[in-house]
Design a protein around this ligand. Structure first.
Ligand SMILES: Nc1ncnc2c1ncn2[C@@H]1O[C@H](COP(=O)(O)OP(=O)(O)OP(=O)(O)O)[C@@H](O)[C@H]1O
Length: 538
């Protein structure tokens, strides 16, 4: 490049001679010629460029010691003490995985620490009492969640701004305790604001929107444990059951102070005027990236339209004209927040809280990638499950989540596991609501060790027993990978987590290479950043 630039700037009249030592000699016949020496490295790069060749990245010399990446081919391993620079080319173990010849190859991103990042770096003075929570709320926390003693890093950074009435977008890694991070401020706000309900239909003051029925059940259970000691009613409104069930859920007495709902069910209830959002003072969109994607956006738009969102903290203070504080929560940064917000409030009123580990490969979970032929996946899975079963009989093992990319694949794989006499549960979106109910709770309680599922189980669902996530089908996006992998290694997990991913298609390989590169550079995954200040489309 430098040589090319140099030749361009030299006057046309100048004579260019490549000197024997490859120095450039410039000037007329009678003048003493200035000599420009070109460094050898530059010359070599120029020669390579001209011949269209690029030197392959140098393999890292592996010495004994802990590894960050361990590969089947040892020269592709990376020691734990080495981090590649941002622009440094990496010797990827997954390079060449698009070729069939790569079948059978594998590598792992090793566990670098034991604890979840959300539990590290906590100081002894970090306590819930120092965050501005009222004694009543602290007591409710003690009674409702006795295992929770000190706040996680995410709770430390979200609770104070939420108590100050700020609208917030909280994006932090999976399993870091975001649910309590928004529920505690929600309850404190409701205690400060008495119910004004004079209408005949239920008008909850707190609303948590979640993308799936299973997550609604889970959040309701956590909220109810806190709400019952505060004298506040928490109810759940899940979809898929038809209008009669929705009517029944909403007619229960006493009416809900806090409603945990899926967008579809709430939309139906609002359309049929079975519920009103006029009294709303706290609105949470949990798993905001999913709620803002195309499948839910229209419903969520309608719900936001019916809620009176405050312009800012000052707007929340009028007790006779309730306005709602808005909180968006997720483990991946949602797209389209700016567009959504500009419809209901000013994007400037939003505080963005992101954790330092957002979109990073979890450092406390071992993640293995295996390049396979499609037809080999079943054998590989059956072997893993049988191995686990043997370990389980000796009382060593936790539970396993196996992810497929479609409901049909879950059913098909389920029949194959039946043939192998491997007991399991199945959870996929096309199951009737009555069959789906309670499946995840069964798995959470440990009554069955293996759950075959689609991505409906990848968002927000919490189980401290999950030891292994298998991506039987490689997830279609990096966001999906983050959410699926996040079912292990959660705060409070009782077992160390592992993720195993089967890689079969060329498009899987592109994602694997991004994951591997991010791990080797210890940086966040690319392409997931977004901005809350995106302009509204014209
Ligand atoms: N301060 C705490 N101390 C100990 N355990 C906690 C604490 N806060 C939350 N937990 C536990 O951590 C686990 C994960 O919490 P939670 O489900 O809120 O994570 P999350 O960040 O919402 O995850 P996801 O992004 O997957 O939805 C739960 O089992 C919860 O009980």
């Amino acid at each position: 490049m430098a040589l090319a630039r140099l030749t361009r700037v030299l006057p046309l009249a100048a004579r260019l001679v490549l000197a024997p030592r490859r120095d450039l000699v410039v000037g007329g016949p009678d003048e003493p010629l200035p000599v420009v020496r070109i460094p050898r490295a530059l010359q070599r790069r120029q020669e390579q460029r001209q011949s269209g060749r690029r030197s392959p990245p140098q393999p890292v010399l592996v010495r004994p010691g802990p590894l960050l990446v361990s590969a089947r081919r040892p020269e592709m391993s990376q020691p734990a003490r080495l981090t590649l620079g941002r622009w440094e080319r990496a010797p990827l173990a997954s390079r060449g995985w698009r070729s069939r010849r790569a079948r059978g190859d594998h590598f792992s991103i090793e566990r670098a620490q034991h604890d979840a990042p959300a539990l590290r770096n906590l100081l002894s003075e970090d306590s819930f009492a120092n965050l501005g929570l009222e004694p009543r709320v602290l007591r409710a926390l003690q009674e409702g969640a006795p295992e929770v003693i000190r706040p996680t890093t995410v709770q430390l950074s979200t609770i104070p701004p939420l108590l100050r009435g700020r609208h917030a977008l909280c994006a932090a890694e999976t399993g870091s305790g975001k649910t309590l991070g928004y529920l505690l401020p929600l309850f404190q706000r409701l205690l400060a604001r008495p119910s004004l309900n004079s209408r005949h239909i239920p008008a909850p003051r707190g609303l948590v929107l979640v993308p799936s029925r299973e997550l609604a059940e889970q959040v309701r259970a956590v909220a109810q444990a806190l709400g019952s000691s505060l004298g506040l009613q928490v109810r759940e409104l899940g979809g898929g059951h038809g209008m009669n069930k929705i009517r029944l859920q909403l007619s229960k007495q006493p009416p809900a102070d806090v409603l945990v709902a899926t967008p579809g069910a709430l939309w139906k209830a609002l359309k049929s005027q079975l519920v009103s959002l006029e009294q709303l003072s706290f609105l949470v969109l949990d798993e905001a990236d999913t709620l803002l994607d195309e499948s839910f956006l229209e419903l969520v738009d309608y719900i936001l339209e019916k809620s009176h969102i405050a312009e800012g903290p000052a707007d929340l203070e009028d007790p006779f004209n309730p306005k709602a504080q808005l909180v968006l929560v997720g483990a991946t940064f949602p797209e389209g927040v700016g567009q959504l917000l500009s419809k209901v409030t000013s994007p400037d009123s939003l505080t963005t809280i992101t954790s330092s580990k957002l979109h990073c490969i979890m450092p406390h979970v071992r993640q293995t990638f295996v390049r396979l032929k499609g037809a080999e996946k079943v054998t590989e899975l059956v072997q893993i499950l049988k191995q686990h079963d043997r370990a389980n009989r000796t009382g060593l093992s936790g539970t396993i989540l196996v992810f497929c990319n479609s409901s049909a694949a879950v059913n098909w794989l389920g029949y194959i596991l039946d043939d192998h006499k491997i007991q399991h549960l199945r959870l996929q979106g096309q199951m009737p609501a009555s069959v789906r109910t309670g499946i995840f709770q069964c798995f959470q309680k440990g009554s069955q060790d293996i759950l075959l599922c689609t991505d409906i189980a990848s968002r927000g669902l919490d189980s401290t027993h999950v030891e292994l996530v298998v991506n039987y089908d490689f997830p279609p996006t990096l966001q999906d990978y983050i959410h699926r992998a996040g079912r292990v290694g959660r705060v409070g997990s009782e077992v160390p987590g592992t993720v195993i991913s089967f890689v079969t298609h060329p498009w899987d390989v592109s994602l694997v290479q991004k994951i591997e590169l991010a791990a080797r550079r210890r940086r966040s995954l690319p392409g997931l950043e977004s901005s809350v200040r995106e302009p509204l489309p014209q």
